[in-house]
Design a protein around this ligand. Structure first.
Ligand code: THG
Length: 371
């Protein structure tokens, strides 16, 4: 089931790159944080092969920044996540689970410490701005919480570093994973981080000011002609292979960080004051009863997963699959699912109830690998 068309209005926000993305022949969009996000250029498979070999420029403006600014900025940031932010340096990006008072996942953003009175929280698809504003008001914190005119542009793929070095300078090569530097484009300093929603390597430029969007897009394409640069977007096949979770699909408020495999990004004991701390501390004792896993389904290529597919074993429901795609490189259907403890060991045989019928499958670790 794929909707034929998306009706666009002012409410479906454009981005600084929408003119360029349209001119480049984007074939489909989704909506993410009330904003357009391209999903296909040539075809999902062709985009996948190109991403793994060359370099792509992605309009991921929909990864909106929630800016927390003021004397209480650190305090509010720490209230929002069970990850310990106390040692975060001002060139660092942290993947931060955000939970509600029961420990249910609200978002899984990337946080950036811009300085000790300013944080950016680069959010997945849920309304963190409202949550953060509500908490700031309720706690009477001395902060401004707002959405600045900052739009991430991702440069992803094995040739990303070469392209970025041409448009900025060779210092991009020294940026460590999940670190950033402020580098100038047309005289404007911008945050350039080594990060992005693929495992092919690359950078994210936090384009500070919509007016820089088209000039920067054009500069990347002019500099990358011989590198076969193309427009791209987060690719569903590549992200499933890589085990990158999608909030709203692979996890919701119904899941804890432990169920999502995000416990390594929680320091719940140290994160004093964070919302959901007591609930998460109670969970530390027992551990999760289900957890995110890879699932490999046999048979013909499956259609995209547009509602959870139940997973069965021994005539019982033991979980669900929430993202699935045929992997051309692994030559099998790869998926991400939430699987009960009784069946989550690698190699466990299960059946997945897809719209095209039951598929024999096995449970595996993430990222997916050839074996
Ligand atoms: N970049 C930025 N903002 C974002 C995303 C992004 N906001 C929305 C969404 N993506 C948030 N979700 C994720 C999910 C995974 C990762 C980043 C953002 C990610 N994870 C790595 C991993 O799991 O292997 C590394 C995490 C780490 O080691 O710290 O990259 O992509 N700006």
């Amino acid at each position: 089931m794929q909707p034929a068309l998306l009706s666009v209005s002012v409410r479906t926000r454009r981005t600084p790159f929408t003119n360029r993305v349209t001119a480049a022949g984007v074939k489909a969009y989704t909506v993410y944080n009330h904003m357009l996000l391209p999903t296909v250029f040539e075809s999902v498979e062709a985009d996948y092969h190109h991403l793994k070999r060359h370099v792509q420029v992605w309009d991921v403006s929909c990864e909106r920044q929630v800016e927390i600014k003021g004397p209480d900025a650190f305090r509010l940031a720490q209230v929002l996540t069970p990850r310990d932010l106390s040692r975060m340096k001002d060139d660092q990006c942290y993947y931060i689970p955000m939970v509600d008072e029961s420990g249910g996942m609200l978002n899984d953003p990337v946080a950036l410490c811009i300085d000790d009175q300013r944080y950016w929280v680069s959010v997945a698809d849920s309304d963190v701005l409202l949550w953060a504003k509500g908490i700031a008001a309720g706690l009477r914190l001395e902060v401004d919480v707002d959405e600045p005119d900052v739009s991430p542009l991702a440069v992803q793929g094995p040739k990303a570093e070469d392209l970025m070095a041409r448009v900025f300078d060779d210092s991009v090569r020294d940026i460590g994973f999940f670190r950033y530097r402020k580098l100038a484009f047309e005289g404007k300093e911008m945050v350039v981080a080594r990060s992005g929603y693929s495992k092919q390597g690359g950078f994210e430029i936090y384009v500070d000011g919509s007016e820089y969007g088209e000039p920067l897009w054009d500069a990347l394409f002019a500099a990358g002609e011989d590198l076969a640069v193309r427009p791209g977007c987060p690719n569903v096949i590549e992200r499933i292979e890589s085990g990158l979770l999608s909030y709203g699909s692979d996890m919701t408020r119904d899941n804890t960080p432990h169920e999502c495999g995000l416990a390594r990004f929680c320091d719940t004991r140290a994160a004093i004051g964070c919302i959901g701390r007591d609930a998460l501390l109670r969970m530390l004792h027992d551990g999760p009863s289900r957890q995110v896993r890879g699932v490999r389904m046999q048979g013909e290529p499956v259609a995209p997963c547009t509602q959870p597919w139940p997973v069965y074993a021994d005539d019982q429901r033991v979980g669900q699959v929430t993202s699935a795609a045929w992997s051309p490189d692994l030559q099998i259907n790869v998926a991400i699912g939430m699987i009960d403890a009784s069946h989550w060991d690698t190699g466990t045989i299960v059946e997945v109830d897809t719209p095209a019928g039951l598929r024999l499958a096995d449970v595996t670790a993430l990222p997916h690998s050839s074996k």
